[in-house]
Design a protein around this ligand. Sequence first.
Ligand code: GUN
Length: 282
Amino acid sequence: MATIIDGKLVSNTIKENIKEEVSKIIEKYGKAPTLAVVLVGSNPASLIYVRNKIKACNKVGINSIQVILDEKVSEEEIKKEIIKLANNPDVNGILVQLPLPNEINKESIIELIPEDKDVDGLTKKNVAKLVLNEGGIIPCTPSGVVDLLKYYNIETSGKRVAIIGRSMLVGKPLSLLLTNLDATVTLCHSKTKNIEEITKNSDIIVCALGKPRFLKDNMVSKNAIIIDVGINRIEDKIVGDADFENIFDKVSYITPVPGGCGPMTVAELLNNTVKCFYIQNK
Ligand code: GUN
C-alpha cells in the first residue's frame, strides 16, 4: 500500500514560511510584493485557477492585481497591458494565465515579461538559465514536484524518471530540473512507442499529459513513485492522469488528485513572487 503524498500539507508549510517572509519584507521595505495576473477570456478552468492564485496571495499578504481581458481582445491590446505592468515599479511579478485564445501568439506575449518579473519562468532567458543550471525563475509546477519529493526524502540522484508529457509548463522544464538533480530522465510524449516499457523500468513516474487515468497498474513496477500532475474533470469529479484506485496497492508513494501537485503550484507561485521582489530590491 502506498504512502499518499500530501500536497496540501506541504504547500501549507511553504505558505506559512512565505507569510513570515512577507511580514519581514513589509517591515524592511514598507511594502508587500505585488503579483499581477492577466486573464484573457473566461475559460472555466482558468477562472478557477486565477481565483485560487489571488486567494493564496491574500492569505500570505502578497498584493495582487487582476487584469481581465475580453476573449476578443487583440494581440496588440494584450501587449499594451503587459508593457504597462512591465514598466510599473510597483508590480513585482506578472503571470499570463494559459491557455491564451488560439489567435494570439503566446510566445510574443510572454517575451514581453521582464526576466525578473517572470513568475512562471517561461521567458527564453529563464528557460536558458534552467538549461544551463544557473538558477533563475523555475516554472511553478516543476518546482512543486521537486519540493514534494524533497519533503518526503525521495532521492532523485541516479534514479530513473519517466515523465509523460512535454509541455513548456510541466514536462520539459521538469525534465531539466530533475536532470540537474542527477536523475536519468526519459521524456515521453504522444509519439513515444511502448511507453509502458519505459514506465515499467522507472523508479519515479510523472504523469503530465492531461488524459484521465492514463497510467494503469500494468504500466508501473512494484514500489514505483507516482507523481500525478493531471487535473481532469469528468462528470463533476476531478481525476488525475494515473488510475489511482488500481495502482495504489502496488506503488510506494503516490500523489492524490486533488490535493497533490495542484496546491504546490500555487505555493510555488507565491515563492517565485517573493523571489522576484528580492531580485528587484537587491
Ligand atoms: N495554466 C495552467 N497552469 C498554468 C501555470 O502554471 N501558469 C500559467 N501561466 N498558466 C497555467
